[in-house]
Design a binder for this molecule. Structure first.
Ligand SMILES: [Fe+2]
Length: 394
């Protein structure tokens, strides 16, 4: 394709409270469910039975998917032979369904071959994939990536290809109303990170950047309210629905551009068992300093009501994010989170080296080196407030 053009990849999106029932209108008769709670499983069964469809629970996923668990689930899937794979849950559930769908339809595909980015076969020959998120953050229902964990090394392995994008994404905010606040915060900060990083990625198109900026504005406006106890019930439902849609838009934005440094330098997460969204959200404002002042940052600050030139506005956006994090009780440095200083500092040389070649680093506007990577990790540990004036002297 002409490099000046961009194709936009995303699932068919069904949105609105109560829209979960949409899956039962697709005319499928053998529905394999990957989920995480019995309550939702029985809701799905009731809806499916009304159309005469048979339901089989393929897996109950409560943690990031281990590679071995995926293949156990693939065996169950082959026994049942579904014509729809319905994933309903958080990011780990949705990622599991992508991997299961891939290996169900391609029994001869070897894992090592599948891990080669953008090399996967088309999907949909045996089953359609319907993805229903119950958190507002990962955007997995719209993305081309599934994160799997090697059970021995605990290292993340990625399946990545546009063929993994689900056929349908159902955004039913009813499923998010009972989400605990700490999960809403962590996943909401993940979504904010996706949106802001996609807005400055060097491979962004005009379209993906517009989606990213729209999502970031909505999250900045609604994240705090979505976890506030001062908000009346009706308003809170409205705010939660906006967060649900914005997280999904941010997912489409990263699928059609990329994430950035908070994702490629996110090693403290797996190393210290900190949730993905918590790590990325904490690192976001520090990484923005390394990207330098950006028109997209200025646009977002302007929409928040700030005035000034690009550098001034970019700084105001960083300060705004810090203030918001403090108000909502989101830790702003790893030291405050209780991460062991010596253990953390002993790892930053290796992390700074390995992050350099990650695609999200390459397409970030930041000019990273191993030394700047170490500085980023130190800033995130000690909470050195990011100032563009410091960055200019580095
Ligand atoms: Fe993320």
């Amino acid at each position: 394709m002409n490099p000046l053009f961009s194709a936009i990849y995303c699932p068919k999106i069904i949105v609105g409270r109560g829209s979960l029932s949409y899956f039962s209108t697709l005319g499928k008769k053998r529905i394999g469910v990957i989920g995480y709670t019995d309550e939702l499983n029985s809701t799905v069964k009731t809806l499916a039975n009304e159309t005469g469809a048979e339901v089989c629970y393929l897996a109950q996923v409560t943690q990031e998917p281990l590679i071995g668990d995926i293949f156990l689930c693939v065996e169950r899937t082959r026994d049942f032979q579904p014509d729809m794979i319905l994933a309903i849950g958080g990011g780990s559930v949705l990622d599991t369904a992508k991997a299961v769908h891939l290996f169900y339809e391609n029994p001869d595909l070897r894992l090592e071959d599948a891990l080669i980015p953008f090399s996967l076969p088309a999907l949909g020959k045996k089953a359609i994939h319907v993805s229903v998120p119950t958190t507002s953050g990962t955007g997995s229902e719209t993305t081309s990536v599934a994160v799997l964990i090697d059970p021995v090394t605990k290292i993340k392995r990625l399946l990545m290809d546009n063929t993994l994008i689900p056929h349908y994404a159902i955004l039913d905010a009813d499923l998010t109303d009972s989400l605990p606040d700490h999960i809403a915060l962590s996943t909401g900060m993940d979504a904010l990170t996706h949106a802001i990083e996609a807005s400055v990625a060097k491979n962004a198109s005009a379209y993906s950047r517009a989606l990213a900026l729209g999502a970031a504005s909505d999250i900045l406006e609604n994240l705090e309210l979505s976890v506030s106890s001062c908000c009346d019930a009706e308003k809170k439902k409205n705010v939660k629905e906006k967060m649900h849609v914005a997280a999904s838009l941010a997912g489409i934005a990263i699928t059609n551009s990329c994430t950035g440094l908070a994702h490629s330098y996110d090693h403290p997460g797996p190393a210290f068992g900190i949730p993905h969204g918590t790590v990325c959200g904490l690192m976001l404002p520090y990484t923005m300093k390394f990207c330098g002042p950006q028109d997209a940052y200025a646009t977002l600050a302007h929409r928040l009501g700030y005035v000034g030139e690009c550098t001034e506005l970019s700084q105001q956006l960083i300060d705004h994010i810090f203030s918001m994090m403090n108000r909502i009780g989101f830790k702003t440095c790893f030291r405050d989170m209780g991460v062991d200083e010596r253990a953390y500092l002993s790892k930053i040389d290796e992390w700074a080296e390995t992050s350099l070649s990650a695609f999200a680093t390459v397409v970030s506007p930041a000019q990273m080196t191993a030394e700047r990577g170490r500085k980023l990790f130190e800033d995130c540990y000690y909470g050195n407030h990011p100032q563009f004036s410091d960055e200019a002297s580095m």
